[in-house]
Design a protein around this ligand. Structure first.
Ligand SMILES: [Fe+2]
Length: 299
């Protein structure tokens, strides 16, 4: 065996790490060591810089627990969460694309009737979502489940409010024509949490920590692939600079401001102006993945 020098060490380590019986784990470790050594050779860190990195990773781990995941947030801000999502959801070009789930999806949202109001007094400007769920050829999908969640008009999610009961979330079903109506409030942009190790790192950059205005959807229908996605407000000032890279062109939507006196999608005369978002989701045939929902810490 060759003795260790700066030149030989990578090959020595790679050879040692061939002793991994699981072929997938062996592949992952071989690739990780190759890339990590190349990275270290490229940047040539000082020992102080290396220790700074270790301390940052240590803090990131200490700040991660069942209510917060700073490591996933780190993955989000360097685009790895979205890259993993893209790799795992290569859909037909016509199908509604996926994005990361984010940390605020709750599994026990209430089942609500068509047209129900998920805002229930939440701060914000009134908004309606009207649309349909369809297959690739455009045929309506009846009985699709739409699990919807978003921040209120002050940029806060249910979990951040900490109150009792569901806040700004609910589960709807598409009707016989594949259609649905949801009453809510206009989403607003918000910042990722900046009080942890990721925030410390972001403050060394000129990168915006903001997520553009969006609403989250998890849509399931029998015989179709599950879609976890967001719809984004086109006119939001942060639409080009989403800190977690979640914005895909087909998910950028117009929220139209309708004047007072208009008829709302639930058939009432609006006493004040309201926003209207219209969108048709397109699902690809296939089976729903039963694997755990991939997470993101920031969305
Ligand atoms: Fe979000």
């Amino acid at each position: 065996m060759a003795y260790v020098t700066e030149t030989t060490i990578t090959d020595i380590v790679l050879e040692r790490w061939m002793a991994v019986p699981d072929p997938r784990l062996r592949q992952i470790m071989q690739s990780m060591i190759t890339h990590l050594h190349a990275f270290v050779r490229e940047i040539e860190p000082t020992e102080e810089e290396w220790m700074t990195a270790i301390e940052w990773l240590t803090r990131t781990g200490k700040q991660s627990h069942d209510k917060r995941q700073e490591f996933i947030l780190a993955s989000d801000v360097v685009g790895v969460s979205m890259l993993v999502d893209c790799i795992n959801h290569r859909l037909s070009g016509e199908a509604t694309p996926t994005t990361v789930t984010g940390p605020f999806h709750v599994h026990d949202s209430p089942e609500l009737v068509d047209g129900a109001d998920i805002a229930k007094g939440a701060p914000g400007e009134p908004c309606y979502i009207v649309g349909s769920v369809r297959g690739l050829g455009g045929a309506p999908i009846a009985g699709a489940t739409l699990d919807i969640w978003q921040a209120d008009g002050e940029g806060l999610y249910d979990a951040q409010r900490g109150g009792d009961g569901a806040w700004m979330r609910g589960i709807f079903k598409s009707d016989d024509d594949g259609r649905f109506v949801v009453q809510t409030v206009l989403p607003v942009p918000y910042s990722i949490p900046m009080d942890g190790s990721v925030g410390d790192l972001m403050r060394h950059t000129e990168i915006s920590p903001m997520r553009p205005s969006h609403i989250h959807f998890l849509i399931e229908a029998q015989g179709h692939r599950r879609v976890i996605t967001h719809l984004f407000k086109k006119s939001c000032r942060y639409i080009e600079t989403d800190v977690v890279y979640g914005v895909k062109a087909p998910l950028i939507t117009e929220f139209k401001l309708m004047p007072a006196g208009s008829t709302t999608p639930t058939g009432k005369l609006a006493e004040r102006p309201f926003w209207l978002l219209e969108y048709d989701f397109v699902l690809q045939p296939g089976e729903n993945a039963s694997a755990a929902t991939p997470a993101s810490a920031a969305a």
